[in-house]
Ligand binder design. Structure first.
Ligand code: CA
Ligand code: CA
Ligand code: CA
Length: 333
């Protein structure tokens, strides 16, 4: 028995230590390393000053080609009411969740699929499943499960050697904030990751923990040809500071938004940062707690191409290497 336990521990250690090859945590959204409690989407009559600029969210899930089983997309707390959600007056918000596959989903081939800049054609692809949730006790503080889906129903990407699926969330009515999470699972009742799967988005709307000590992270992937990136953040409510860390950046402070506005900077990218992830760190203000802070972040390259944020950072969490000096972010001209 003891030997068997030891074997299991060693085997788990191998799996979790395997680095880039195996990402067992990649399908929890927000991801394990991100330290973000919830995604947020408000009803379309919401006030943007509550922290959602456009009342929709688009997330992509990748299923590696090698995985041939079925899978499910689970939504935690899909309803708007009861626990977790952000009430405005009374709960009267309805939220659409839709899962898409097939041609038109891959955001490299169909840029409108990214859901940026309030372009409304982000539903490209074939809708495989959908449901609208109101205030429903049976989905409050619980999972709702879409699926099963076959991986080949996704849009195949040779770049990632994976099938891509998309989840669209829209606040179709009301003014309250829907807080929720996703999990891509092999099982309809439990969260069992698809090995090698991941998830990403181009515009991340999320909730910070109500905790001074908590630091949230998001991990954009820097692709070939990026010289600088333009970061934009919305409705940060003067909640502390936002730093960019990488193997080559100890911590560049970026301009932070206050209430119901966007702020932006240019952040230079070193050639050696190409093909790796950056670590955007969201540090809360000390002193008076900024409560229930929802924030939006987007990034694009100097060419105007959007940079994806992966739930499980590609290449792992970047660790600063002190041999490289710091540069300050500069304002766009
Ligand atoms: Ca909810
Ligand atoms: Ca309401
Ligand atoms: Ca906010």
């Amino acid at each position: 028995m003891l030997n068997r336990l030891k074997y299991i521990l060693i085997f788990s250690g191998l799996l979790f230590g395997a680095g880039e090859g195996i990402k067992l945590s990649g399908q929890a959204v927000p991801g394990r390393e991100e330290n973000i409690p919830f995604l947020v989407t408000f009803g379309r009559l919401g006030q943007t000053s509550w922290g959602d600029d456009d009342f929709y969210q688009v997330f992509f899930f990748t299923v590696p080609r090698e995985y041939t089983g079925q899978f499910f997309i689970r939504i935690f707390d899909a309803d708007v009411g009861g626990e977790h959600d952000e009430i405005q007056g009374e709960f009267n918000t309805r939220t659409f969740f839709g899962v898409y596959g097939g041609k038109g989903v891959d955001p490299d081939k169909n840029s409108e699929s990214r859901g940026l800049n309030n372009v409304k054609n982000y539903k490209g692809g074939t809708m495989l499943a959908s449901r609208v949730f109101g205030s429903e006790a049976r989905y409050d503080n619980k999972y709702f499960t879409f699926g099963p889906f076959n991986p080949t129903a996704g849009d195949f990407s040779s770049k990632w050697n994976a099938y891509i699926f998309k989840v669209v969330v829209e606040g179709v009515s009301g003014d309250d904030g829907n807080l929720y999470r996703f999990f891509m699972s092999r099982d309809p009742e439990n969260n069992i990751p698809v090995e090698g799967g991941n998830a990403f988005t181009y515009e991340y709307t999320f909730r910070m923990w109500n905790d001074f000590k908590s630091v949230a992270h998001i991990y954009p992937y820097v692709d070939t040809g990026v010289v600088y990136i333009r970061q934009r953040n919305f409705d940060w409510d003067r909640d502390g500071h936002i730093l960019v860390v990488s193997r080559y950046k100890q911590g560049i402070g970026v301009s932070i938004s206050t209430e119901n506005n966007w702020m932006e900077d240019r952040i230079p990218i070193e050639p050696a940062e190409i093909g790796s992830s950056l670590d955007f760190q969201f540090h809360k203000a000390q002193g008076e707690l900024v409560k229930n802070n929802n924030v939006v972040v987007t990034l694009e390259s100097q060419r105007g191409d959007a940079l994806p944020f992966f739930s499980s950072p590609i290449g792992g969490v970047p660790v600063y290497n002190p041999k490289i000096t710091i540069r300050k972010a500069t304002k766009p001209k």
